[in-house]
Design a protein around this ligand. Structure first.
Ligand code: MG
Length: 402
């Protein structure tokens, strides 16, 4: 055997053909297509393998009815092959995936449950290392640590089962492709369609199967509660990671000039004057943009968008806000909250407040309850009281990775 031939060419089948009937929470969306943060469960499972340098190609095995769901929930990746239509049982779906790999130059295959989106690179490393060392059938799992009880139908304990040598099986499970394809074909020919994992098929065929240490976090999302808990844990972890919490403030004023409408927080409001300015003169959005830039210590709106630049003549101010948000995103941060106060004798802001909050939430990509918009008059005092212009003050809370 040459050195070249000893390097395995590894494909991964992510099994996602289930209809999610066990989730049973009234939501017809199968669990692999539910969102965990920004991505679906399936996307996270695929990403773990697409990102791993030892993996040559990745394909999902999906329910034939889920082609549209798949297309709208999974991003393209250079290592990701088109999805493979599955079958009525998990075993049948895996076999369909294996058949699709036959003759493609793949030497080894990892089979992974889509519902285990927390598979980590270290576990994949151990699996790949075992294949490279010559093992031909293996699975990850974790030793059983709980004492095991056997109970009868009335939930009465009838036995304590020794846990010595017991492991809870997980995925990925990895095989020489030729072996596991032959075993699946043989099982199907023998009328066996009840295997719940692929190591079981290999065991049935008499293969030597190795256990590889897995990770308790690589658990299978089965119930709606599992999905909710995973979602909550991700959100907690994300906010905990963004532990550098900063507050920025911004202030802006624009003077009235003849006109018939003002734009505040991206909402056009009919009025007896307009605001003078080089862009759309959205004084509130300018203050908010400066608040974010201030929290980042990254200059101000005038520095990044000089009024002398003809490009910003009449420009919608959401461009400036989006730029500040892009600077925040480039540093790995998130906007946690913002609050804008508009100080004007007129027009009345109250009837437009919710539209303004919605407009800001949309530009910022945050929930509505993280956006405050308030208004006050200046009690007829000073330039605002004399209706010469509008002022705005904004506060932004941003979170950055420590
Ligand atoms: Mg301004």
């Amino acid at each position: 055997m040459t050195a070249e031939a000893a390097i395995p060419t590894i494909a991964v089948l992510v099994v996602a053909a289930g209809t999610g009937s066990r989730v049973a929470d009234g939501d017809p969306l199968p669990k692999q297509y539910r969102r965990l943060g920004a991505d679906t469960v399936l996307q996270r499972s695929l990403d773990a393998f697409c990102r791993h340098p030892a993996i040559a190609r990745v394909a999902a095995v999906i329910h034939p009815d889920h082609a549209a769901l798949y297309a709208e929930s999974v991003r393209a990746h250079p290592r990701l092959s088109p999805p493979i239509p599955g079958a009525a049982t998990r075993q049948g779906s895996v076999r369909a995936g294996l058949e699709a790999l036959a003759g493609t130059g793949v030497s080894h295959v990892l089979v992974h449950d889509a519902a285990r989106p927390f598979i980590d690179a270290a576990t994949i490393d151990r699996v790949v290392a075992a294949l490279a060392a010559g093992h031909r059938a293996l699975l990850v799992g974790v030793p059983v640590v709980d004492t095991l009880k056997k109970a009868d139908a009335a939930a009465r304990v009838v036995d304590t089962v020794p846990r010595d040598g017991l492991w809870a099986a997980q995925t990925p499970q990895a095989f020489a492709l030729a072996d596991i394809l032959a075993d699946h074909r043989a099982a199907a020919a023998a009328g066996r369609d009840d295997f719940t994992d692929d190591a079981g098929v290999a065991e049935w065929a008499g293969r030597r199967v190795e256990m590889i240490m897995g990770d308790a976090a690589n658990s299978k999302l089965t119930s709606a509660a599992d999905i909710d808990a995973a979602r909550a844990a991700l959100i907690r972890d994300e906010w905990a990671r963004l532990a550098d919490i900063r507050i920025g403030t911004g202030y802006d004023v624009h003077a009235f000039e003849p006109g018939d409408a003002v734009t505040l927080c991206g909402v056009e409001i009919p009025h007896t004057a307009r605001l003078n300015g080089h862009s759309d003169a959205d004084v509130a959005m300018h203050a908010l943009t400066d608040a974010i830039l201030g929290a980042l210590g990254d200059g101000d709106i005038g520095q990044h968008f000089p009024p002398s630049d003809a490009r910003w003549r009449g420009a919608p101010s959401r461009i400036f806000l989006a730029d500040a948000l892009a600077r925040l995103a480039a540093r790995g941060g998130r906007l946690a909250h913002c609050d804008v106060s508009i100080i004007a004798e007129a027009p009345r802001i109250g009837p437009h407040r919710e539209a303004m909050r919605a407009a800001i939430a949309a530009v910022c990509g945050i929930d509505l309850d993280r956006v405050g918009v308030k208004a006050t008059t200046n009690e007829k005092l000073g330039f605002i009281g004399r209706r010469e212009g509008i002022a705005a003050i904004a506060t932004a809370t941003v979170r950055l990775p420590l």
